[in-house]
Structures are given as C-alpha cells and as structure tokens.
Design a protein around this ligand. Structure first.
Ligand SMILES: C[S@@+](CC[C@H](N)C(=O)[O-])C[C@H]1O[C@@H](n2cnc3c(N)ncnc32)[C@H](O)[C@@H]1O
Length: 306
C-alpha cells in the first residue's frame, strides 16, 4: 500500500523493500518512480530548466544542440517526461520527426498538453521494451536525466541499438562526477544524511544501475552495448542563483531521495541546505541569496565511420 500525504513521506514497494533490508527488484523500482512522478509530475523540468551553464544553456539545450537540423530526421526522446526537450526541438525545427516515450502517464499528459497539434508522437511504454518502434527506424535517440533510473539497463541499451539506423546516434544526459561542481558533494551528503535517518541503506542501494553514475563504468557499458561505436563523455556544470530557500528547493528537486522525507523533516533539511547554499549576509531567509551548482555529463555514442 502506498501513501503520499501530509503526515508520511513517500512510500513505495521500493522503499518498503529497502526498509526491510531487502534488495528491491526492477518492478519495485518502476513502482517507486511512478509513485514519485504521479505526485510530482513536471518536477524535473522545473529544476533542470532553472540551471544554466557558463554559456547560458540549460541541460536540455546542451543536449538538443547535438541534434542536427536535417529535414525529417527521426528523433526519439527516451523517457521524455513532461516533454521539455521535444518542445525545444519542435520550436527549433518543425520538420523533425519527433517521438517521445515514457512509462509515466501523468508526465505524458503534461507533454501532450504542451505539444498539442505538433504532430509529435507520444507513447506510453517502458524503455526496456520499445516494440512499438521498428528496427533501424530512428536517427537519434536522446535521453535526458533518466538513464540513471533504469534497471535493468542492458535491455534498454539493446533496444536503443535495435531502433537506431546504422548511422544513428545515442545521446544521454546523466549526472556528472560529484567533484566537478563546487559544493555539490556537501549538498548530496546533507540530503542523504536526512534520508538515511528514515531509511538507513538508501544510498548504499539507490535507484537504477550504479554503473550509469560513474564515467568509466558508463563508458564501459556503452562500449559493450555498441561495440563498433565511438563513445565520448563530456562534463559540464549548470548553476542557479536566487533567494536561498528557492535555490535549496530546486537543488533538493534533483535528488529523488529527498521525496521520501516526511514534510517536517524535509523543512528542516531545506533550512540546513539553505545554510550551505547561502552567498549573502542578509538576516532573513526571504532576503538571503544562494547559489547551487550541479555537475552534468553528456554521453555521446556515434558510429565509427572509417
Ligand atoms: C528525471 S525524469 C526526466 C524526464 C525528462 N527526460 C526531463 O528531463 O525532463 C525521469 C523520467 O524517466 C521516466 N522513466 C524512468 N524509468 C523509465 C523506464 N524504464 N521506461 C520509461 N520511462 C522511464 C520517468 O517516468 C520520468 O518521466
């Protein structure tokens, strides 16, 4: 039985399993992600579009710039969520052939509203089974901030490979190395310390396949799934500044772990987080300014054409 209400934090089969010292399986993971996204649809977009790199790009724009503007290019946004990346691509070039897939109906509903009359094809499906898409039918598969959540991951990469043409590319935005952004490790550790008071082994076991979180293990996985391709990983940092409580809320939104906190504990965590992120000396929270920086990486898998 799951609960999301004002008294309890968020419960799912995944958190119940963790609390009983078990290792949650793929179905428990799906249940957890659907529970979070059902209640907080659109939260990723709210956080990710607020943070920009030194060149002024948010992470969607950083990923979108790898999509060539060729007429009729067939693009699949895997785990498209509420559709911000598809919207950027559609606004840039109405002649792209765009598809989005996600397993969460509440996120897809937001995507459908914003992409109404665009002709973008939005499909509810799991990334591990893309049977709705033909072999060799896609020129570029994008995946923004979702690969980290997928377990098992091997079938996802196999499906990406199957649907791509022989010249096709796979581009994914994932969390970058923690030490690439100033202060990020401190933010991470603070949030997890609160979460671990409720579920001690959250963190030791986390959402998705841990290999996606390390650049070397991610590169190895990609090489294994795409043996003839060139694999590169680039790192960048996106940041936001503003009233410190707002910055702390956005920062916490990047951590799924923070959703399991009960409201009172979450409030305390946000207060503590604000103290870490503060950059000015004003006396009230409303006046104080803060800054949060987040490391991101861009995985690029392209065919090795000699
Ligand atoms: C962090 S959100 C990212 C959404 C969107 N790409 C964005 O960046 O705004 C993760 C999304 O991945 C989806 N997702 C996670 N695992 C999935 C899977 N195995 N198959 C399909 N969708 C999945 C979730 O439903 C959610 O919409």
């Amino acid at each position: 039985m799951k609960h999301i209400n004002n008294q309890k934090g968020l419960n799912s089969i995944w958190t119940d399993s963790l609390a009983r010292n078990l290792h949650p399986d793929g179905n428990a993971l799906v249940d957890h992600l659907k529970t979070v996204h059902q209640e907080h649809a659109g939260f990723t977009e709210a956080c990710a579009s607020s943070c920009r790199d030194e060149a002024g790009r948010n992470s969607y724009e950083w990923l979108a710039e790898l999509v060539p503007d060729n007429e009729g290019s067939r693009v699949l946004d895997l785990a498209c969520g509420s559709g911000p990346l598809l919207k950027i691509l559609f606004d840039r070039n109405k002649n792209l052939n765009l598809k989005g897939i996600d397993m969460c109906p509440e996120e897809l509903a937001l995507a459908k509203t914003r992409l109404i009359n665009s002709g973008v094809n939005l499909i509810e499906s799991k990334a591990q089974n893309l049977s709705v898409i033909n072999d060799n039918s896609i020129d570029i598969v994008l995946c923004h901030w979702a690969l980290t959540l997928m377990n098992p991951i091997a079938p996802v990469l196999d499906e990406v490979r199957r649907v791509l043409t022989s010249e096709g590319q796979f581009v994914a935005l994932v969390d970058g190395p923690m030490n690439a952004a100033p202060g990020y490790t401190e933010v991470h550790n603070l949030i997890y310390s609160y979460v671990q008071e409720e579920i001690p082994n959250y963190g030791e076991i986390d959402l998705g396949d841990p290999r996606i979180r390390g650049s070397e293990s991610l590169s190895n996985l990609a090489h294994k799934a795409f043996p003839e391709a060139n694999v590169t990983i680039e790192t960048n940092v996106v940041s936001m500044e503003g009233p410190v409580t707002q910055v702390a809320e956005i920062a916490a939104g990047f951590f799924y772990a923070a959703f399991v906190l009960k409201p009172e504990k979450r409030k305390l965590m946000i207060k503590n987080l604000s103290d870490i992120l503060v950059t000015s000396k004003e006396s009230t929270d409303a006046e104080r300014q803060g800054r949060f920086s987040m490391p991101i990486s861009r995985l690029l898998v392209v065919p090795d054409i000699k």
